[in-house]
Design a protein around this ligand. Sequence first.
Ligand code: 4NP
Length: 169
Amino acid sequence: MVKVLFVCLGNICRSPVAEGVFKDLIQKHGLEDKIDCDSAGTMGWHAGQAPDHRAIKSALNHGIALIHKGREITTADLDDFDHIVVMDEKNFKDVHALYYKVKQIPPPAEKLFLMRDYDPNVKGVFEVPDPYYGSEKDFEEVFQIVERSGKELLGHLIEKYKLVKEKEL
Ligand code: 4NP
């Protein structure tokens, strides 16, 4: 099983949407037995909470129900997940520092990624912008970014791990 963890700051806006979108893609391709994903925050402020209502609404507008309870990333996650995919540079630094603190070595090249490493539309912007203090439009932008990046990420994993899709979109 290939395991992917999406990480943002609070785990109530960006990473639960990324998780919901990616789970939907996994299901649509019949890859449930081969890829799994979850999400977490670098901070535990919203542990146990449902995603932000604006994140829930924007995902539902695209037919995706978000079923997740906020949680803080743990040291066990660093081993449990093959790919840790973060939303912005601060998340990257924080997860990198956690990894270093626990293991005394930097994360291997194939462990920690930025979501927009996979964004085919990226033009010099490497972050999924934090929509927490933003508007509905910002949540929609997050959805669009994580959807198109998620599709690329899935294609990358299928190729890397030679996974066979059970269904085509
Ligand atoms: P997220 O957004 O990292 O995409 O979940 C945020 C959620 C909560 C806060 C900041 C960003 N906060 O300051 O509580």
